[in-house]
Each structure stands twice: as structure tokens, then as C-alpha cells.
Design a protein around this ligand. Structure first.
Ligand code: SAH
Length: 309
């Protein structure tokens, strides 16, 4: 399998780099922040109101969620962390402060719902969810709900994104994840969160326009460790296997065998399973031909479908 990296489908960085364009340095503003500008123009005040905690109980303050992980001026977060460069319009300059506050409220809610892993909470705080939404929905980006992204698909609810990643990190390797696979890129949000907890993220989407949407959402963020692949995720990506973790963002009636076989020994797969009534399932590969499985909680995802469109 020495040629697997060469044959690997789509390196995001190779797609997004324009000839002569220097990679953005941490804190450097970009001129491509149309989503941020749009979000600023489309009522981040509403977002702040919408994301305010719904009850007065003081949320648990997740250790580590309030601070950046060491050395992380991560690109997914950079769009809002830029210095106040003169090139950035006033509206966009104001937006990062607001979105940081609403993200913090979102993370506090996720922690209250039971997600404890500080690394996951920190990642959720970093990634600017509103940049993955169309402008009309940006003001709702931080509410605890799944929201439409077109083609009858949704961006997953913040809690479930965090929960699945937390479960995947609960491996016997102390949470170390080298290569992870996501099935169902959608708008690219979960891939961006995953990029902060894994060395390399590979994400597959079967709907071409959504694959393209994720590319354009992620492009300005210049995240070097995400690779997007257009294809049927039910087949996995054997040329890139094994994976230390696999997350399915769509529910099948069962977990495809191909994915179980592409899991590294000791690796964890987290998937919604079922039709109308779905449960989150954790499958751990315990040996060459041994897997263990546990049912975690009820959930609701869009269906996993075969083939590409
Ligand atoms: N991860 C996304 C969630 C996207 S919704 C987020 O961050 O919010 C689930 C996605 O799974 C949809 O875009 C759907 O098209 C995709 N999907 C469903 N079946 C698939 C398959 N077999 N292969 C790849 N993607 C699939």
C-alpha cells in the first residue's frame, strides 16, 4: 500500500491553493470571508439572542473549552481570530467577538448535555459554525438543532457532533487519532471539528453539489489535514484504510461491512443505525476478525444511501 497516498483522491490543499497565493498565517485576515461578512450583515445580534442560554442555571464551565488548545491558531478558527486588518469591513471586524460569545454559549450547552472531553469542547469552540451555513441561516448557526444545507440534507446538531467525536476519542489509545474517516461531509462542519482532534481527516460525500459546497466552505479556512472525496461512503475508502476512527453522519439499517473492515484494530466506529427509530452505535475493532458493539442513545439522522448523485 505504498502508493495509497499518491492515489488518494482529493487533497483539499492541492485544490484550494491558488498559484502564488501564500498560505495564510495564524491571525492573518483573509479577503475571502464572504460568509463572515454575510453573517455580520444578517443579524449576528439575532444569533446572540438565539444562543443565549435558555435557563438561568450556571452551566458547567468545561475545563479547556474556554481556552485554545496549545499552539492552535487553527485555520477553521482563524477566520474570526484575525487581527483587525484594514481590509476587513467594519461589520466583519465586529462579528468575531459576537460569534465567539455565541459559540461559547453553544459549547456550554453541549457540556451541560453531557459531553466532557475538553479537547472536543475546545474544538467546538474553535470552529465557526456560521461559516458553514447559507447567510439566511447564519443567525441560527449556534442553536442546538440540525439545520438544512440543501438537497434534503442537514448540518448535524452541535451536541451530536461533539458526542460522536467524544465517543470515538474514548479509544484505548488515549484518544490519539491519526487517520479518521467521516461518511457524509455535508457542508464540511464536522470535518472541520474533526481536523482539530485527528492528524488527518478524510470525508466522503455522495451528493456532488454538497461535496462542492464543503470544498468552498473549507477553502478559505486552509485546513491542511482534511481530504474530501466524492463517492459512496458505504464502500469506505480502502486505499486509505485502516482508520483509527470512523464516523457516519447518516443512518443505515446496519453498518456497512466494508467500513468495519477498514477500521484499525483498536479503532472505534460511531454510527447512527435504524430507520424511524435510530440509535447511536459504537463498534470497536478488538481483533483481526473481532468487533464489539454497544448501543449508546437515541438519535436522528438523515438516511445513509448507496451510490452517488
Ligand atoms: N457531517 C455533516 C452532516 C451532513 S448530513 C455536518 O457536518 O453537519 C449527512 C450527509 O451524509 C449528507 O450530506 C448525505 O448526502 C451524506 N450521505 C448519505 N449517504 C452517504 C453515502 N453513502 N456516502 C457518503 N455520504 C452520504
Amino acid at each position: 500500500m505504498t502508493d495509497k497516498t499518491r492515489r488518494f483522491p482529493l487533497s483539499l490543499s492541492s485544490v484550494v491553493e491558488k498559484p502564488g497565493a501564500a498560505a495564510r498565517r495564524p491571525g492573518e485576515a483573509t479577503s475571502g470571508q464572504t460568509a463572515a461578512r454575510n453573517a455580520a450583515a444578517h443579524g449576528l445580534r439575532d444569533a446572540l439572542a438565539a444562543a443565549a442560554p435558555r435557563n438561568a442555571a450556571k452551566p458547567a464551565s468545561p475545563q479547556g473549552a474556554a481556552q485554545r488548545p496549545a499552539g492552535s491558531a487553527h485555520p477553521a478558527a482563524m477566520a474570526g481570530a484575525g487581527n483587525p486588518a484594514a481590509a476587513v469591513p467594519a461589520g466583519a471586524r465586529a462579528a468575531p467577538l459576537v460569534s465567539e460569545a455565541v459559540r461559547k454559549a453553544m459549547v456550554e450547552r453541549v457540556a451541560k448535555q453531557g459531553v466532557r472531553d475538553p479537547k472536543v469542547l475546545a474544538a467546538m469552540l474553535e470552529v465557526q459554525r456560521h461559516l458553514f451555513m447559507e447567510p439566511a441561516l447564519a443567525s441560527q448557526a449556534y442553536i442546538d438543532a440540525s439545520l438544512p444545507i440543501g438537497y434534503h440534507q442537514t448540518i448535524s446538531q452541535p451536541y451530536i457532533v461533539a458526542r460522536m467525536i467524544e465517543v470515538m476519542r474514548g479509544n484505548r489509545n488515549g484518544g490519539v487519532l491519526n487517520r479518521v474517516l467521516e461518511i457524509g461531509t455535508g457542508c464540511g462542519y464536522q470535518a472541520a471539528v474533526l481536523s482539530l482532534v485527528a492528524k488527518e481527516v478524510i470525508s466522503i460525500e455522495r451528493i456532488k453539489p454538497l461535496h462542492e459546497l464543503a470544498k468552498s466552505n473549507l477553502r478559505p479556512m486552509r485546513i491542511a489535514n482534511i481530504r474530501l472525496h466524492y463517492g459512496d461512503g458505504m464502500l469506505g475508502l480502502p486505499q486509505a484504510a485502516p482508520f483509527d476512527g470512523i464516523i457516519l453522519a447518516a443512518a443505515g439499517l446496519e453498518v456497512p461491512q466494508a467500513l468495519l473492515e477498514q477500521l484499525a484494530i483498536g479503532g472505534r466506529l460511531v454510527a447512527p443505525v435504524g430507520a424511524r427509530h435510530q440509535v447511536l452505535q459504537l463498534i470497536e475493532r478488538t481483533g483481526q476478525s473481532e468487533w464489539s458493539s454497544a448501543t449508546l442513545e437515541a438519535c436522528h439522522f438523515v438516511p445513509l444511501r448507496p451510490g452517488t448523485v
